[in-house]
Design a protein around this ligand. Structure first.
Ligand SMILES: [Zn+2]
Length: 315
C-alpha cells in the first residue's frame, strides 16, 4: 500500500485530457480504447482485470481468490451502484498478481503455531514479547547444548583412548570389556539426546526467524524501528509490505504478497483497487484507503465514500 504521489500526478494529467477523450468516446469502441479510457477516467468504464501470476503456495484456490476479488470490487461498487471493475480471464487492463515469498511463509509458520497476527500495534507488541521470551529460551538451551556437546566430546575422547590402550594389549579382560561396553552405550544415548536437542533448536530458530520477518514487516508498516536481534544470530530481510499498486507507462498491476485471513485479503484487494481508481490515502484509521490494513470492516467509511464520489464526479 503506497505510491500516492505518482497517483496524484496521474490524476492531474487525466483532468487536463478530459476535453479530447470525451469527444472520441462516442466513436471508438475497441478494447484498447476502453482500457485507455478507464485508465484516464476510472469511473467512466469498468476497469477490466485479470489474474497474472498466481502462486499456489498460498492457502487459497484461484476460484476463491477471484471470489474475494469480486467482494473487494463490490466494496466500491455497491455504495454508488456502479460497475467499476470487471473480471476478464485474459488481457485485462489491470493485472493482479499473487506472489509468495518470505512475507507469507513467515505468517503461515506462525499461524501454525497458533500465533494470530494483525497489522496493528497490539499484534506487534505481543509478538515482540513472545519473541523476547522465546529468544531468551533459545539462548539458554543453546548454551546448555554447547556445554553437553563439549562434555560429550571429552568423554568420547577418553573412551576412545582407553579402547585403543586395551586393544594395543590384545584386548580387555571381561570385567573391563563389560564396563567399556556400558560406557559406549551411554555415549550413544548421549549422542542421540544431543541430536534430538539440536533438531528441536533448529525448529526454534526457524520460528524465531519467522517472527523476525513478521516483526520487521509490522515494524515497517507501523513506522517502528527494525527490531534489534543482537546475540541471536538472526537477520531480518527488510522490505515488508503486504501489497502494492504499481502504475507506470507499461505496468498497471496489483501485487499481493501477504495476508492473514480472508477479511484482511478482501480489505487489501479493496485498498489496491482503490488505488487503481486513482484514490490516495486518507487519515481515518478504519478507512479502506488508510495506509495500514488494520480495520476489520469490509465497507467504506464516510472518508472512503467521499473520496470515491469526488473521483467519480458523483454529488
Ligand atoms: Zn495504499
Amino acid at each position: 500500500m503506497r505510491k500516492p504521489l505518482r497517483i496524484i500526478i496521474k490524476l492531474s494529467v487525466a483532468v487536463l485530457l478530459i476535453g479530447g477523450a470525451v469527444y472520441y468516446f462516442g466513436f471508438v469502441d475497441s478494447g484498447i480504447w476502453r482500457n485507455f479510457l478507464s485508465r484516464l477516467f476510472p469511473c467512466s468504464q469498468p476497469i477490466t482485470y485479470s489474474i497474472g501470476n498466481f502462486d499456489t503456495r498460498f492457502d487459497i484456490s484461484k476460484a476463491d481468490f477471484i471470489k474475494d476479488l469480486a467482494e473487494a470490487e463490490s466494496v466500491w461498487e455497491k455504495p454508488i451502484g456502479r460497475q467499476l471493475f470487471t473480471y476478464v480471464e485474459q488481457g485485462g487492463a489491470l493485472t493482479i498478481n499473487l506472489i509468495y515469498d518470505m512475507r507469507q511463509e513467515s505468517t503461515v509458520k506462525l499461524q501454525r503455531l497458533g500465533i494470530v497476527i494483525h497489522d496493528d500495534q497490539a499484534s506487534y507488541d505481543s509478538l515482540k514479547a513472545k519473541f523476547t521470551t522465546l529468544s531468551a529460551t533459545y539462548r539458554q538451551r543453546k548454551a546448555a547444548l554447547d556445554s553437553s556437546v563439549a562434555s560429550f566430546e571429552n568423554k568420547k575422547k577418553k573412551f576412545e583412548q582407553e579402547v585403543a590402550r586395551w586393544n594395543a594389549k590384545g584386548g580387555a579382560p571381561p570385567p573391563e570389556y563389560k564396563r567399556l561396553k556400558q560406557e559406549q552405550d551411554d555415549l550413544n544415548a548421549q549422542a542421540e539426546k544431543i541430536y534430538a536437542e539440536e533438531t528441536s533448536l533448529n525448529l526454534l530458530v526457524d520460528t524465531l526467524n519467522s517472527m523476525v520477518a513478521v516483526l520487521n514487516r509490522l515494524a515497517k508498516s507501523l513506522n517502528q524501528n527494525i527490531v534489534d536481534f543482537n546475540g541471536t544470530g538472526l537477520v531480518g530481510t527488510g522490505e515488508f509490505e503486504e501489497g502494492e499498486y504499481v502504475l507506470d507507462n507499461k505496468i498497471n498491476e496489483i501485487n499481493v504478497y501477504q495476508f492473514d485471513d480472508q477479511t484482511s485479503l478482501i480489505r487489501l484487494l479493496a485498498h489496491e483497487l482503490g488505488h487503481a481508481l486513482r484514490l490516495p490515502h486518507v487519515e481515518d484509521t478504519q478507512a479502506i484507503m488508510y495506509r495500514l490494513n488494520n480495520g476489520t470492516n469490509e465497507k467504506l467509511t464516510p472518508d472512503d465514500l467521499e473520496l470515491l464520489k469526488t473521483q467519480c464526479g458523483i454529488k
